[in-house]
Design a protein around this ligand. Sequence first.
Ligand SMILES: [Zn+2]
Length: 204
Amino acid sequence: MFINQMNIKNLLESDWSADIQECIVTIRSKITDIINYFRWYYISCNVCSKKMTPANGVYPCLNCNKDCKFPLVKYKIHVKVEDNTGKTAFVLFNDVAEKILDISAHKLFNKLSSLDNNDVPAHIQSLCGKDFIFKLTLNSYNLKEGLKNFTVSKLWIPYEKLELEYKLMKEKKVLQYSLLKFVMPNFIYFINHIFGYWFYMCRL
Ligand SMILES: [Zn+2]
């Protein structure tokens, strides 16, 4: 929940090292809108889970090389997010979205009438205005090619008490470090003088 916590500005402006293959970060932000340009779902093959495009009333799976008899509806929700440092967009894939919405995409899709399945269902729309902690697994596309297509690998509802404890712990660590930075040189200086004095006394 607190791995490499950063804000949106840091995420967008980070200059990642060329050696990094994959990087995990967490960001707390608010979902402000659902982008329906790409729809909120896709049709997948029930055997290999690959995306399929309908053709002539059937669903040919190019991966299995045959028509799929039981096509499944899966989530792929593009959301706009923002915090007090900036705005960006994340993608919630099936497992992540299903967990937070507590209903499978297939069930939700079947509940809708054929007329309104192009709109974003109210159940998904209800995510707007809510704060979440997003875990992003940044891959080489994000890190090296700078693509802002951030895929969410996990999602949590913020637990304020834990957030506060983490913040306090972080501040305490900074304080301890500052104290150590101040105390250690003085301590070494003091020890040096004691030994110097002792050495001087021994020689007398
Ligand atoms: Zn398939």
